[in-house]
Design a binder for this molecule. Structure first.
Ligand code: ATP
Length: 302
């Protein structure tokens, strides 16, 4: 495809290595201390000129992706166009590899990807700060999809500070069906009703382990405050977590709001072994392996 015909942007999935959740705020959102880590598992969004806004999607889970204006890629294109007084006359094609509704920010990745692709296609040169503001308007996880690597997200997760991360290896077990992020937060509220939920704070020990690149150190510090709520809604995920640990994973946790589960492993060889064991266990639909960190949304050479 020539540069004049289209722009393709590659965007990573994420795993939360720490997800500390505060009590519900009056606006319904929760304050978070959210340590995002981008992993080398990518969607690609290609923007080409068209008469109107059109979304298409390919990939194993593409039938679960909405192709109307509710798609985050469509919303991103419409927001950017409106800011510049343009019509969003663009065809966005999503090559989907990130599990859908899996707690790995796949929709957010497509939103960030579409924003960058349209910005390049339309020659707008929107400043980075403005792109980040549009991302935050699209959703709490979208700014991180743009920047990638590793970052601490505060507020509802959209206020990002980069943090250091060594190289790690992961296996992801994709569950049957998705979990709605708002439903998991509602379950969190139900489970913590009447309790004193502490203000969320990033763990210094977790940040040090992440920077060190030592998988044994990181394994002891991973935490997800939404895990109990995800397990309450999907109790069968406990068997997936156990299968990965039995197969030699150093640590296992629910990825974000789930139902994808994430396994930290020592190296690439161990990743393949744990992935094979998880698939053989019958406790998940499929697996993916990926290293971290990974770069944020990137325009691919034409
Ligand atoms: P997060 O980790 O940010 O909570 P998630 O990975 O759990 O998100 P997504 O894959 O982003 O979940 O999808 C959540 C819902 O968003 C889907 O069920 C779908 O209806 C809707 N959606 C909108 N746009 C997209 C998109 N481009 N790709 C996938 N889902 C999308």
């Amino acid at each position: 495809m020539s540069a004049a015909a289209g722009v393709t942007v590659r965007v990573p999935a994420k795993v939360n290595v720490q997800l500390a959740v505060g009590a519900a705020r009056p606006d319904g959102f929760h304050d978070l201390a959210n340590v995002f880590l981008a992993v080398g598992l990518y969607d690609e969004v290609t923007a080409t000129p068209a008469d109107g806004l059109r979304i298409t999607c390919e990939g194993p889970d593409s039938d679960q992706v909405p192709l109307d204006r509710t798609n985050l890629a469509a919303r991103a294109a419409a927001l950017l166009a409106a800011r510049h007084g343009l019509e969003p006359a663009v065809h966005l094609h999503i090559a989907k590899r990130i599990p859908v509704a899996g707690g790995m920010a796949g929709g957010s990745a497509d939103g960030a990807g579409a924003l960058l692709a349209c910005d390049a296609l339309w020659g707008l040169g929107t400043p980075r700060e403005e792109l980040l503001a549009i991302c935050a308007e699209l959703g709490s996880d979208v700014p991180f999809s743009l920047v990638g690597e590793a970052a601490l997200g505060t507020g509802r997760g959209e206020l990002l500070t980069p943090v250091a991360a060594g190289r790690f290896h992961w296996v992801f077990a994709v569950a049957e069906g998705g979990l709605s992020t708002p439903a998991v937060f509602r379950e969190f509220d139900r489970l913590t009703a009447g309790q004193d939920v502490p203000a969320p704070e990033a763990s210094p020990a977790l940040l040090a382990a992440l920077a060190s690149g030592d998988p044994d150190a990181l394994a002891g510090e991973l935490s997800n405050g939404l895990q109990a709520a995800a397990l309450s809604l999907r109790p069968e995920l406990a068997a997936t977590l156990a299968a990965g640990t039995e197969a030699g994973a150093l640590a296992a946790l629910v990825s974000g709001s789930g139902p994808t589960t994430a396994f930290l492993v020592r190296d690439e060889e161990s990743a393949l072994k744990v992935a094979a064991a998880l698939e053989a266990s019958g406790t998940c639909r499929t697996t993916r392996t990926a290293p971290s960190p990974a770069p944020g949304a990137t325009v691919l050479p034409a």
